[in-house]
Design a protein around this ligand. Structure first.
Ligand code: UD1
Length: 437
């Protein structure tokens, strides 16, 4: 398996282009199953998760073509309504085909995503909402067997807790259901707004976009469309924190303040300036401060501080002047980066869902192990700021969510390189064809 080697201690300075958002592109790709016409998506990042979704959609009958950052999907007929375990286990977002398949074909069989390193992550809310829309659902041999012989119908769905994937799945299903569906307590993440806007371009009628109450008028069919994926706020937040932790000065080209307000506010409190530029956002530690200040943070659904930037913010806080209490409210067991940061010299104590971080003057490079996507990138950030060499193993986690990570950091002066492992026998994934890669 590949490793990433970093020699830390250099301030990041320069411009970093922000890629299209993985978490927007994945549901948008699943939405392609809702129509027999072509859905063309621009600004699609090249990531392992995108390849996994492409592989899944191809085996449902989608024809996919990629040219640069443009991906087009056409599914004239659904050739299989089964989402097999072998693909679903690689990526939890595979559950997003359930709503579209059921809505279009009245039947779907999707492997349960199973546990995950950041908690149990059930899909009960997806299933109960589809049941309220007329689906009959059973769990057999690890598969969700869903049928709606009369088709799905509209319903008022009240989500008892905010679920991003649940909102996306039901939003897509509701577009082809009979009648009106109301989603109360819907997630408001920018990726959901992006999906809703694409669905509208495909002929859907959706009111309340951007709010926690979505009203969808079902249509008999949707048509093709062309849509541009929004910039990745999580990638932008990650590189912004990379600039801050190294005492650098970075411009995140394409990043949007609107999707990062809570993060910018917190960084500002910590002594890190985030300002809008003509092309994106500029992030730098306040020139009068030698270290960021310790501040408390609690993760929340959008527009609050995102759980997907918690690990990165913790890395920043390990080197802050003062203490910080970091509380994770979205996922249990999302502190797996803590022992690795501690191995680099951080002072962190976990009490249940909170981590007390006492800032130290310096971190020391060490061999560390990535455990999930955001945890791994927090180790990259710590490595960039640490004294000496850090080697991060299991970097396939990073390849799931960060496009050209090393080269983007290198252009800003970081010493970072990928140490290639011998080629694996089972490469897996979806091949778009040599010319396109
Ligand atoms: C999505 C994001 C992920 C992000 C998360 C929260 C994608 C591909 N992934 O994940 O990066 O960290 O939102 O912002 O967009 N829950 C239930 N029952 C359900 C569904 C969820 O109890 O049926 C719980 C989960 O266990 C979790 C919380 O709700 O504790 C939020 O999960 P959810 O918003 O659904 O996350 P994902 O869509 O999986």
């Amino acid at each position: 398996m590949d490793k990433i080697r970093i020699v830390g201690g250099r301030p990041l300075k320069g411009r970093i282009p922000i890629s299209g958002a993985k978490n927007a592109a994945l549901p948008l790709m699943a939405a392609g199953l809702l129509t027999d016409e072509t859905l063309t998506l621009n600004n699609v990042p090249r990531l392992a998760d995108i390849d996994s979704m492409a592989e899944l959609l191809a085996q449902h009958g989608a024809c996919l073509a990629r040219e640069g950052a443009t991906l087009s999907l056409t599914t004239p007929t659904i050739t299989s309504t089964v989402a097999p375990y072998d693909i679903v286990r690689k990526m939890r977002a595979s559950i997003l085909v359930l709503g579209p398949l059921l809505a279009r074909c009245r039947t779907a069989s999707v492997s349960l995503p199973g546990g995950c390193s950041i908690g149990t992550r059930p899909v009960d809310l997806h299933l109960s909402a589809l049941t309220q829309m007329g689906a009959e659902i059973t769990l057999d041999d690890g598969y969700i067997q869903a049928r709606a012989p009369q088709g799905l119908h509209g319903a008022e769905i009240v989500f008892p807790l905010v679920t991003v994937g649940g909102t996306e799945n039901i939003l897509m299903a509701a577009c082809l259901a009979k009648g009106t569906t109301t989603l109360v307590g819907a997630a408001r993440e920018p990726e959901i707004t992006d999906l809703a806007q694409c669905l509208v371009a495909m002929g859907a009628t959706i009111e309340g976009i951007g709010t926690d109450c979505l009203r969808i008028e079902g249509r008999e069919r949707l048509h093709g469309a062309t849509h541009r994926v929004i910039p990745d706020r999580l990638e932008a937040g990650t590189f912004g924190i990379a600039g801050a932790i190294t005492g650098g000065d970075v411009e995140l080209v394409g990043a949007q303040m609107e999707s990062l307000r809570a993060v910018a506010h917190l960084l500002d409190t910590a002594g890190v300036e985030v300002t809008e530029t003509a092309e994106g956002l500029r992030v730098r530690r306040h020139p009068d401060l030698a270290r960021a200040r310790g501040v408390d943070v609690t993760t929340q659904p959008f527009p609050g501080f995102p759980t997907d930037l918690q690990a990165q913010f913790m890395a920043l806080m390990t080197l802050a002047d003062g203490a910080s209490l970091i509380t994770e409210t979205i996922f249990e067991n999302r502190f797996m980066h803590v022992p690795e940061l501690v191995r680099m010299g951080a002072s962190i104590t976990v009490h249940g869902s909170s981590a007390q971080v006492r800032g130290v003057p310096a971190l020391k490079g060490a061999p560390v192990m990535a455990t999930d996507l955001r945890a791994s990138v927090s180790l990259v950030l710590a490595g960039l700021a640490a004294e000496g060499e850090t080697v991060i193993s299991r970097v396939y986690h990073l390849d799931r969510g960060y496009e050209n990570l090393e080269s983007k950091l290198q252009t800003c002066g970081a010493i970072v390189e990928r140490v290639k492992a011998a080629p694996q026998h089972d490469a897996g994934g979806f091949a778009f064809g040599q010319a396109d890669r």
